[in-house]
Design a protein around this ligand. Structure first.
Ligand code: AMP
Length: 571
């Protein structure tokens, strides 16, 4: 069966686009596509209830691409707003794929990525912008994003955007778009707030409702509960690895004590995550700011104690992590109840020490839930996942239209090496620069208790060994991340920077990462390791960025105070 027989050709799409769909393996339009595409082409406003997996992206992207004419002003003709950077990248990739036969220029823009690059790309000319609302508004205010030629605005996962607090930004963006534009809203749910926005900003919209085509099969619990059993010295490394593979969007990590919160936030920051420690003493506006960073993608994880996490507005979390097994089942239920709200699904991850298995079983019994015992991702899986991240990031770079300026380098390099070899070397460099190979050392598996003795509260031999490991660690045994932060020289290609404030001034890793990332746009993954001492801090940054980082730290405040930064004399 070809696309033509199956009905893609009857929807009014450009014939060249219809033929390219067969090449993508799309044989027939999905219900949302059949319903929405002709209406979008006719210019009608739409209010569509459709979840992920229904083919909704193509439902709005195909008619947009199909309608892009030969004459392009360089200003965007379509703006797609999406709640998260992940979705932005995913939608932009899809639009790029569909638009390839027409040479459509697509640009994903989202927070957490240097804005300068986005401004330059917009200047060069873009046909379709896929943006998170916050960043779109920022670019609008800077007059870099111009909506004069926008004929279609799509709000993708509108309910999610409202949950993330983007309502005002969306209103502002829509009010700046031309009044005669077409507006199309997609939402998995249709709460009143969505209908209110639709009433204000959509013109006599057609309502389309589509059930999820393929039932997910998990009609049962909306929260997937997984526990990983690991010996204590490896807990942080194990969590890092789990996060690397799960790549959660917004995560709250619970620790037992404040000291554990700081330690874990530091370890995760050293691993390239942007983790923020949340403290009980923070007032509401500080909490809101931290939550805002989590929403906008400026932070990946919040690490908190139960007390510190109280009262957080956390509706959009995708993952909750128990860095230990909570002592009481009620506490476990309360913690994991932070995900899976409304119609959303969520994941609760628990890191358990072997001796905590019993507690885990007790929680399972008393909550009637099912906690699956997970197997830690192997080094090979981690490597595979990281390669996939590099692939995705390179796929986005392939959308850049300023690649030509690197041609002289390509030509110089291919004088001595084949083009494939050059490409492989470039991929390797990109891979090492972004995700790297940290934490790929094996983590020993915690064996099942040999007998039921452990369940009866007696210690198995293995558990005893584990406790011994704990004691060793408490005396300064092997570091959690397996990466020595103290003493050693900076990694090749890195420079160590000395900052004249440390623990005594309340400096935490997140403050350093935040200050550098905000001022220079350097991604968190390239900042660190960070070593915070009583009265000074050192941080390693890429060689090429050291001067810019020193300058930036000189003009900003870290934790509300001015600091002095310089190249570390020892290094
Ligand atoms: P979405 O709901 O937009 O996240 O799309 C879900 C998946 O369905 C994506 O991987 C699309 O590439 C794929 N898809 C979309 N439309 C079709 C189609 N007509 N036939 C086959 N696959 C499709």
């Amino acid at each position: 069966m070809t696309a033509e027989d199956a009905g893609f050709d009857s929807l009014g799409l450009h014939p060249d686009l219809v033929s390219s769909l067969a090449g993508l393996g799309y044989e027939a339009p999905t219900p949302i596509q059949t319903a929405a595409i002709p209406q979008m082409i006719s210019g009608r406003d739409l209010l569509c209830q459709a979840a992920t997996g229904t083919g909704k992206t193509a439902a709005f992207a195909l008619p947009i691409v199909s309608g892009i004419g030969e004459h392009r002003s360089g200003l965007p003709t379509a703006l797609v707003l999406a709640p998260t950077r992940e979705l932005c990248v995913q939608v932009a990739e899809a639009v790029h794929r569909y638009g390839r036969p027409f040479g459509v220029r697509t640009l994903p823009v989202y927070g957490g990525q240097p804005i300068g690059r986005q401004i330059t790309a917009l200047k060069r000319g873009v046909d379709i912008v896929v943006a998170t609302p916050g960043r779109a508004l920022d670019l609008l205010n800077r007059k870099s994003l111009k909506l004069n030629d926008v004929a279609t605005v799509v709000l993708d996962e509108a309910d999610e955007m409202l949950d993330m607090g983007f309502a005002e930004d969306i209103e502002e963006i829509l009010s700046q778009a031309p009044a005669d534009r077409q507006t199309v809203m997609f939402s998995a749910t249709m709460p009143k707030r969505i209908l209110r926005i639709a009433k204000h900003h959509l013109d006599d919209p057609l309502r389309i409702e589509i059930e999820r085509e393929v039932p997910t099969g998990d009609a049962g619990p909306k929260i997937r509960q997984v526990a990983y059993v690991v010996a204590r010295p490896y807990k942080a490394a194990a969590l890092g690895r789990i996060l690397d593979v799960e790549t959660p969007a917004a995560t709250l990590v619970f620790c037992r004590t404040r000291a554990e919160v700081d330690q874990l936030a530091e370890t995760l920051n050293g691993r390239g995550y942007r983790a923020e420690a949340l403290h009980g003493g923070m007032d509401q506006s500080m909490r809101d700011r931290v939550m805002g960073r989590l929403r906008s993608g400026g932070a990946d994880l919040l690490v908190a104690t139960d007390v510190a996490a109280r009262g957080l507005d956390v509706d959009h979390l995708t993952h909750v992590v128990n860095f230990d097994v909570p002592a009481a089942p009620e506490s476990y239920v309360h913690r994991i109840g932070r995900v899976g709200r409304g119609d959303r699904t969520g994941t609760a991850i628990t890191i358990a020490e072997p001796r905590e298995r019993r507690q885990l079983a007790a929680i399972e019994r008393s909550t009637g839930g099912n906690i699956e015992i997970g197997t830690l991702p192997t080094s090979a899986q981690l490597r595979e996942r990281r390669l996939e991240l590099t692939r995705a990031s390179l796929a986005v770079s392939c959308l850049d239209d300023d690649l030509e300026r690197y041609r002289p380098l390509l030509e110089a390099l291919t004088e001595d090496a084949g083009i494939e070899q050059v490409a492989l070397a470039a991929i390797k460099t990109a891979h090492l620069a972004t995700v790297g190979e940290q934490g790929e050392a094996e983590i020993p598996e915690a064996p099942e208790p040999r007998t039921a003795r452990a369940d009866k509260g007696r210690r198995s031999g293995w558990n005893k060994r584990d406790d011994e490991t704990d004691r060793r660690r408490d005396k300064g045994g092997p570091g959690q991340s397996g990466k020595s932060r103290r003493g050693g020289p900076p990694a090749p290609g890195k420079k160590r920077i000395f900052i004249n404030a440390g623990n005594d001034a309340g400096i935490r890793p997140a403050d350093i990462v935040g200050a550098i990332a905000n001022e220079t746009g350097l991604p968190g993954s390239q900042i660190g390791p960070i070593d915070i001492r009583a009265r000074h801090t050192t941080v390693d940054v890429p060689d090429t960025e050291a001067a810019a980082v020193i300058k930036a730290l000189g003009r900003t405040r870290v934790k509300g105070q001015r600091v002095k930064a310089r190249k570390d004399r020892d290094r």
